[in-house]
Design a protein around this ligand. Structure first.
Ligand code: GDP
Length: 353
């Protein structure tokens, strides 16, 4: 295996003034204002440091991170956020590299983030190890950040959402959020992006490729990758089958009709067309107001989600609840009290303070 990338240690292209002020303050901790100012000036080193704070579980880091994210919020949002999913081996890294080179060649600034539900076990080896994005990682208009390892999906999803805000404030106007198509992570990614792209291989149904039906329904586009060489004919057949299949789904809230396309991330074919379609989607949903409505719904979803997670965490770590949980659980299991009464007793302990 090739060596790990040195992901965004860079900063070679920093604006001089920022670089100087940053160097001056290197030894003393940057204040929230310093962070925000540097991020808004596109300082990649400070952006990386802010993301590290967002990812940290230390209380004081979290407090600071929240202040930075909140201050960046009014400067965020001016991007297209694209979710990219597919099973390992389908060509996500290669696709992101190829598409990334294309969008940056059009003068866009790209941030690539990852949500890796397997990172808890593999320490981010599936997505975090971006050994193949060699060109993109040296591209001054691209910023690549792997998933925080050792995190629960809920934790990493929240952190990725906050990272999107920081990247947008730093001037990145195209955001790719990549995830492995195995499980719940697609739902999390879908709820933080504007456009959801599913990569599939030629031939073989999505279920054969380990993709759940719900994921296909979430997709705004299916791209059949590896449409090259001997696979080309098979890829075209798959495209036709998916085009027909996608019409069977109920219409989307966006009124956008999901489509299937072919591409070769390796040979760089179909990439331009896929980007054009993503732009058509952006225009279409901005015109019918879905784009903004969807972002508002997503913000509301994350508000509810955060409250739910926070309440659960506080409940589970509450001393009185912890002291009585086992006893009440046994009584419920033995049929002495109903689960409802058991839950109510625990809630009373929780709310008593
Ligand atoms: P990921 O696990 O989904 O990120 O997939 P990778 O991008 O690592 O690709 C897995 C393998 O498929 C690598 O050997 C790539 O070179 C190869 N690959 C990716 N895209 C294409 C393509 O469009 N055509 C062909 N023939 N191979 C591809």
């Amino acid at each position: 295996m090739k060596s790990h990338l040195s992901i965004q240690k860079g900063g070679e292209k920093l604006p001089e003034t920022i670089n100087r002020s940053f160097k001056r303050k290197k030894r003393q901790a940057l204040s929230v204002e310093d962070f925000v100012e540097a991020i808004l000036n596109g300082d990649r080193i400070v952006l990386s440091q802010a993301i590290t704070l967002v990812e940290s579980n230390k209380a004081e880091h979290q407090t600071k991170a929240q202040q930075i994210v909140n201050a960046c919020l009014p400067h965020s949002g001016k991007s297209i956020r694209v979710g990219i999913t597919g099973t390992p081996g389908v060509g996500k890294s290669t696709f992101v590299e190829s598409m990334g080179q294309h969008v940056t060649s059009l003068g866009r600034q790209l941030a690539v983030l990852a949500i890796d539900p397997t990172s808890q076990i593999s320490h981010g080896s599936i997505l975090g190890d971006k050994t193949r994005m060699e060109n993109l990682s040296n591209n001054p208009n691209a910023f690549i950040r792997p998933s925080a390892a050792g995190e629960s999906l809920g934790g990493v999803a929240r952190k990725t959402r906050e990272t999107i805000i920081l990247c947008e404030a730093a001037g990145y106007d195209v955001i790719f959020v990549e995830t492995v198509g195995v499980g719940q992570s697609e739902v999390a990614v879908h709820s933080m992006v504007d456009f959801f792209l599913l990569l599939l291989l030629p031939g073989g149904g999505d279920e054969l490729q380990g993709i759940k039906r719900g994921v296909v329904e979430m997709a705004d586009m299916i791209a059949i990758n590896k449409a090259d060489g001997d696979n080309l004919a098979k890829a075209k057949e798959s495209r036709k089958a998916y085009r027909n299949g996608l019409h069977m789904f109920p219409p989307k809230n966006s009124n956008w009709t999901a489509t299937a396309m072919t591409c070769s991330a390796l040979k760089n074919t179909g990439i331009k067309e896929i980007w054009q379609t993503i732009q058509q989607y952006e225009q279409f949903t901005k015109k019918n107001d879905y784009f903004e409505d969807n972002r508002q719904h997503q913000a509301q979803y994350w508000l509810n989600e955060t409250i739910r997670n926070e309440l659960k965490a506080r409940f589970e770590t509450h001393n009185e609840v912890k002291n009585h949980f086992q006893t009440i659980q046994s009584r419920v299991q033995n049929g002495e009290i109903t689960p409802f009464i058991g839950a109510e007793r625990l809630m009373e302990l929780f709310l008593k303070k």
